[in-house]
Each structure stands twice: as structure tokens, then as C-alpha cells.
Write a protein that binds this ligand. Structure first.
Ligand code: ATP
Ligand code: MG
Length: 380
């Protein structure tokens, strides 16, 4: 079994914030990093040993990344299969391409989960506009239409709340010319997520369950420990471990789940990489999700994921950055700021996050509200 030891070079496909935080964690351990990203001086490129600046479709650049790396990982799931096959033939890609294929496509993802008897929201694949009209008979209102591929932060989603919305949905489906699914709307009481690591040797470890609050479909806060019962926590962890084992993953997988009003857990989606809802682990766990990812793909024993303190992670979007900088001196001494080095501060772009640690979630929540950086209610 391959163990990639510190001082080796890790290649990262993608130069965003996840690649940046993987590189920072790995550099502490003595690894070297090369990233491939089309944007010069990317968030990851700024901290890596080298950035290859080229489009992902430039095969020469992809080969160059593979040739220069002892192990390859990726920081986003929409990697073209031509690229993964080049990488896999030239280099060591322990995560493989199978998991990417599954998580790139909601139809495949949900069908795979169903085949493992993991509960997911009832769904149907749209084959004709008639499906969009009759979905109301199967699922009632509201229901959700989603593109099968390429969605993030709620993009590529339509919530159908009334019969009038059906016409809009049909138009959107025709215009997009993409595979889409319809999902039953799950009236959840909470959204939670579990990140699992599994290494090449089959060892697995979960991170503490995070309770996630979204605003406008974008993750706003993660509360850890999640305010759920022990039984729900065990069920969430067991479900996550089952998915990691059934898929035989290597690396990290983040599993987003709904906790229904009846206390049931329903899996929403998977991400085969470190996840925004795991950023709290950088300051609150013995091992962060980024270090764990490196340990997993390099075949090292997995680190302890014990939670050291209650924590609330808050995302800094483009519209929040100047307020954060204005109030930098008022941040509590237990707040840890992480910025991603992005040049342009655009509305709703993830620019960074703050991990607020404290004695209790209530106390931390009050501290955050008192700062007045984030406005609450529907508008943010
Ligand atoms: P991400 O940025 O996490 O990749 P995404 O755009 O891929 O998001 P989802 O995670 O499927 O999409 O949905 C975004 C949010 O929309 C969810 O976090 C949840 O709040 C809401 N949502 C999605 N599907 C459902 C559903 N079936 N029932 C209720 N709410 C839903
Ligand atoms: Mg999601």
C-alpha cells in the first residue's frame, strides 16, 4: 500500500479556497504543493510552491501537473472525465474517478444512495414537460426542480410554489436543455452535515456533526456541536459511515442532510472533498478536515477529530468583507479570521470565514449578533 510521506509533492486540480486551506495544512506537515488553475495568483496559487496557470481543458498543463506530483487531488467535483483519465494513467489519484462521476450528477447520486437504502427525498427524472405538470400530483406543493449537473449555492434550482410557477419551470427546463430532476420539498427542522474521512487502508473517522444555517441558499453559519439529540447524532454518523464504506471512498466526503420535523434523517447531497461546513474543524478539532484529507489520500493514519470547544463558523461573503475589516479590532480574542486572498470582493462570493470559539453556543451567538456585521432576517 502506497504511503506518500511528507516532503513529497501533492498536486491540486483547482486553485480556490479549499485548495488553499489544503495547502496551508499540508505545508505545516512538510508537503510541497502544485496547483493548476486558469486564474493567475489564485487563492491556492498564493500559498502553493507552484501554480500552473492554464485552463483545465489544456491537456499539456494537466499532464505537467501529473508529471510533477507524487499524488493528485482535486478541490471541486466538476472535473471532466477526459482529465481524470489522463491524471489516472500518469499519476497516483487515490480518490479515483468513480466518486466524481457519481457526485457530478444528482440523478446518479440519488439513485446510488437509494441503492444503498440511504433515505433521500423522493424524486423523479424529468423526461417530458408533462412530468413538470404532474409532479404536483406526486409531491404536492411546493416542490423543487434542480439541474442534474453543475448546481451550487442554489444555482440551477427552481422552487415551484404555485400552479403559475409550473409554466416558469417548463420554460426554464426547455431553455436549459439539461437533464433535471424534481424533488419533493422536505420541511426540515434543521440542516446538518457530517464529514467522513477514509484512507487507502479503509480506516474511517467522522467529524462532529455540524448544524448549518443557509441564507439565500448559501451557507451562512455552522454551529458545532449540532443541537440535536444523541440518537439523531448517532443516526447521522452511522449514515455517513455507511455511505463512505459503500462507496469505498478515499479522502473526504461531506454529506449534507435534512433533519425532518419527525426527527428522521434524509440525505440531500454529497461532496467528495473538504466542505464549507467543515471549516470549523480548523480551529475547534484536534485534526482539521484539511489535514485529515491529506492524511487520507497519503495513506497516513487518520487524526483524532475530537471537538475541543463549542464553535460557530460564519462565512464572509463579498458584501460582508468591508464590515469585517472595519470591525477587526472589535472581534473577540477567541475569534479566528480566515481570508482566502481573492482579489475581487463580489456580492455572494465566499471571501473568507470567521471561527468564533467560546464556552457555549448561546454565548457565541450573542457575541456574533452584537458585532452587527451580518444582518439577520431574510435580507442579508
Ligand atoms: P451546494 O452549494 O450545497 O452545493 P446546491 O446548489 O448543490 O448547494 P442543494 O444543497 O441541493 O443545492 O440545495 C441548496 C439548499 O436548498 C439546501 O441546503 C436546502 O436549504 C434547500 N433544499 C434543497 N433541496 C431541498 C428539498 N428537497 N427540500 C427542502 N429544501 C431543499
Ligand atoms: Mg447543498
Amino acid at each position: 500500500m502506497t504511503v506518500i510521506k511528507p516532503c513529497s509533492t501533492i498536486g491540486i486540480l483547482g486553485g480556490g479556497q479549499l485548495g488553499r486551506m489544503i495547502s496551508i495544512a499540508g505545508r505545516n506537515m512538510g508537503y510541497r504543493f502544485i496547483t493548476l488553475d486558469p486564474t493567475p495568483n489564485s487563492p491556492c496559487g498564493q500559498v502553493a510552491d507552484l501554480q500552473i496557470t492554464a485552463p483545465y481543458s489544456e491537456l499539456k498543463a494537466v499532464r505537467n501537473l501529473a508529471d510533477s506530483s507524487d499524488v493528485i487531488t482535486y478541490e471541486f467535483e466538476n472535473v471532466d472525465s477526459t482529465i481524470t483519465s489522463i491524471l489516472e494513467t500518469t499519476s497516483f489519484v487515490p480518490q479515483g474517478s468513480e466518486l466524481l462521476k457519481i457526485t457530478q450528477n444528482r440523478i446518479l447520486e440519488k439513485s446510488t444512495l437509494k441503492s444503498f437504502h440511504v433515505p433521500v427525498a423522493p424524486f423523479l427524472v424529468i423526461q417530458s414537460e408533462n412530468n413538470i405538470e404532474t409532479a404536483i400530483d406526486h409531491f404536492g406543493l411546493p416542490y423543487i426542480m434542480k439541474t442534474a449537473t453543475g448546481g451550487y449555492d442554489g444555482k440551477g434550482q427552481w422552487v415551484i410554489k404555485s400552479r403559475d410557477d409550473i409554466t416558469i419551470a417548463i420554460e426554464a427546463w426547455k431553455k436549459a436543455g439539461m437533464d433535471m430532476i424534481i424533488e419533493q420539498f422536505i420541511p426540515f427542522s434543521k440542516e446538518i452535515s457530517v464529514i467522513v474521512a477514509r484512507n487507502i487502508h479503509g480506516q474511517t473517522k467522522t467529524f462532529p456533526v455540524a448544524e448549518n444555517v443557509h441564507i439565500n441558499n448559501i451557507l451562512h453559519q455552522s454551529f458545532v456541536p449540532a443541537r440535536i439529540t444523541d440518537e439523531q447524532r448517532i443516526q447521522a454518523e452511522t449514515t455517513a459511515l455507511k455511505i463512505a464504506d459503500c462507496l469505498q471512498i478515499v479522502g473526504l466526503i461531506a454529506i449534507e442532510m435534512f433533519l425532518t420535523n419527525e426527527g428522521e434523517i434524509i440525505v440531500n447531497e454529497l461532496a467528495p472533498r473538504p466542505h464549507n461546513s467543515g471549516h470549523y474543524s480548523m480551529d475547534a478539532c484536534i485534526t482539521s478536515q484539511f489535514e485529515q484529507h491529506i492524511r487520507a489520500i497519503c495513506g497516513l493514519p487518520l487524526g483524532d477529530t475530537t471537538l475541543l470547544s463549542p464553535i460557530i463558523m460564519v462565512n464572509i461573503l463579498g458584501q460582508h468583507l468591508s464590515k469585517v475589516l472595519d470591525k477587526i479590532e472589535q472581534l473577540p480574542p477567541t475569534a479566528k479570521l480566515h481570508l482566502y486572498g481573492k482579489k475581487e470582493s463580489v456580492e455572494n462570493r465566499k471571501m473568507g470565514h470567521i471561527n468564533f470559539l467560546g464556552a457555549t453556543l448561546e454565548q457565541i451567538d450573542k457575541q456574533i449578533k452584537d458585532l452587527g456585521i451580518w444582518s439577520y432576517g431574510n435580507v442579508d
